[in-house]
Design a protein around this ligand. Structure first.
Ligand code: NAI
Length: 247
């Protein structure tokens, strides 16, 4: 229970990696505020699963790309639990396609959620964490942000941008007891990757030295490590959780 007494905000916590992060942080004792874009039933189910682990939890709808909704989410978390110790910027989307034919909307939607959303949430908690002189921010990047991927120019730009923002925020907050790190998952089995064609999945699998896809829990444990006291002297880093894919 190394996170007992801590309060964590997890964006996109209703399913996939975000859900696994909520459960892992709750297992370690943190109270959970999770937000979701659409699936209320799944979000409430995640909150109940956290409560079953003995912590307080609440689920709220919030579009992370909307600064008014983000501020309202953080205000509500503060009103309910009095502090925000951990922020996990997990909400993310894909709108894949070759750059040549990619619509403006597909580019903008991915940048808005993945990049702008991460910025808005970090900005909204930075004053709170500076005042507390304590905070842990963990941003979900991707191996695609490190190496690029054909058909994902929008997603790669957003995830590379997340790394640049992570390092910049880490420098801005370093003297205030706030660490900012990124996790770069490889190929993790969730709804997001379920949409991939079988041939693309097989090609990706062959590029993973450990020979298996990742589970959401693999990523959640890395996030929980960066959220804990053991990682107090680690900031501005990108931790790949990818079975060796990005070596
Ligand atoms: P997912 O599609 O299963 O879940 C995404 C979550 O984000 C959902 O809860 C959804 O409601 C929420 N969300 C989407 N747009 C939102 C918005 N505008 N505001 C608030 N919430 C929103 O995705 P998955 O696979 O669990 O991915 C989670 C994160 O990990 C994403 O940032 C993704 O880019 C990243 N990632 C995933 C990898 C994978 O292989 N699954 C690999 C590398 C990175």
């Amino acid at each position: 229970m190394s996170l007992k007494g801590k309060v964590a905000v997890v964006t996109g916590g209703s399913r996939g990696i975000g859900r696994a992060v909520c459960l892992e942080l709750a297992r370690q004792g943190a109270d959970i505020v999770l937000c979701y874009a659409g699936s209320e039933d799944a979000a409430q189910e995640t909150a109940q699963a956290c409560e079953a682990l003995g912590v307080r939890a609440m689920a709220r709808v919030c579009n992370v790309a909307d600064s008014v909704q983000v501020k309202a989410l953080m205000d509500e978390a503060m009103a309910a639990f009095g502090r925000i110790d951990i922020l996990v910027n997990n909400a993310g989307i894909t709108r894949d396609g070759l750059a040549m034919t990619m619509k403006d909307e597909a580019f903008d939607a991915v940048i808005d959620t993945n990049l702008r959303g991460t910025f808005l949430c970090m900005r909204a908690v930075s004053r709170i964490m500076m005042r507390q002189k304590y905070g842990r921010i963990i941003n979900l990047s991707s191996v695609v942000g490190l190496h690029g991927n054909a058909g994902q120019v929008n997603y790669a730009a957003s995830k590379a941008g997340v790394i640049g923002m992570t390092k910049s925020m880490a420098k801005e907050l370093a003297t205030r007891g706030v660490t900012v790190n990124a996790v770069a998952p490889g190929f993790i089995e969730t709804d997001m990757t379920a949409a991939m064609a079988d041939a693309a999945k097989a090609a990706t699998l062959s590029a993973i030295p450990m020979g298996r896809l990742g589970a959401a829990e693999d990523v959640a444990r890395a996030v929980a490590f960066l959220a804990g006291d053991e990682a107090a002297y680690i900031t501005g880093q990108v931790l790949a959780v990818d079975g060796g894919m990005s070596m």
